[in-house]
Design a protein around this ligand. Sequence first.
Ligand SMILES: Cc1ncc(COP(=O)(O)O)c(C=O)c1O
Length: 363
Amino acid sequence: MKTRLFNPGPTNVSEDVRDAIKTHDICHREKEFFEVLSRVNKNIIMVLNGEGTHSAVLFVSSGTGCNEAICASIHGKVLVINNGKYSDRICDILEAYKIPVNLLSVPPLEPIDLSLVEKALEEDKDITHIYLIHHETTTGVLAPLRKIGELAKNYGKLLCVDTVSGLGGHEFDLKKDNIAFCAVSANKCLESFPGVSFVLGRTDEIKKLEGKSRSFYFDIYAQWKKEQGGETPFTPAVQLIFALDRALQEFVEEGSERRIERYQGLAKQMRKGLKELGFELILLPDEMQSNILTAIKMPEKMDYWEVHDKLKERGITIYSGKGVLDQRRFRVATLGHISDKDVDWFLQNLREVMEEVGLLEKK
Ligand SMILES: Cc1ncc(COP(=O)(O)O)c(C=O)c1O
């Protein structure tokens, strides 16, 4: 049966990525594994314009592990720009490590007011780092990354970014955005499987972290140092790294700009189709609008789980609203290895399900 995920990650992968997992049994201490890991690290940095300035450090974890690796290495005070569930989680991690925080709370569906960011930086001289969620996945709100990167540069602060769902689907440039550290996972817009994630960081800043991490496993410097020397400190997820290698080759071939354009096209097609089916969408101003996620108000008579389950029987996964997008919202994501034909197929199935449950008159 054809299956497609329309949830915001884990996502659909290409058949080549799926096949890449079926490599022969291989030990991670072998040169041939290390060549793959090196290519993975090199390609992610190249495609995000970090050559010569940034390094990739790969961890066997989900995206949260990489946010934790970044937090555990911070000695200073962090300005957290908080506009949703994932920045709440950053605060929780910082609290677990007893790292001081200056919290800038932003209402979830509103723009980040840069003058307030600047004010916090002016007033609190103890701030050393800024933590930002690039794309808040619960709401689909995109942050003004480049502008915050400029502020970080002007005020001499280190910008740490959770771009777990942003990177790949939205503009992101390690140099131009003044990224000091960021957390990236394989299973969203990088179009690979869950289980491996990266910290991408400025090499000069990584070098300063020797002996600084409060975490044993998520020690950015220790992991980087080993990877530089052709090793990994622990047993990595070998097969997942083979799959990621293939996915990153596809990313390099497609190019960052074209991937963004593809995702924008899919989101546009999805939104048009949903409106034609009579759905009311929660749209945001262009500069805040997600390229991968569409939040939808549920029609009064709609039973989310009934629609979800009927779509699931047809091979389609959708996602409920969370946090501010409560039970009367649901979300569809258009990311991963999908095409306009998949979106048409989704819309056709949704129409049929809506007819089945009496939300639409039969054509
Ligand atoms: C913006 C953002 N940050 C962090 C995470 C957590 O990632 P993981 O579940 O891979 O740990 C997610 C997951 O969806 C996310 O969307």
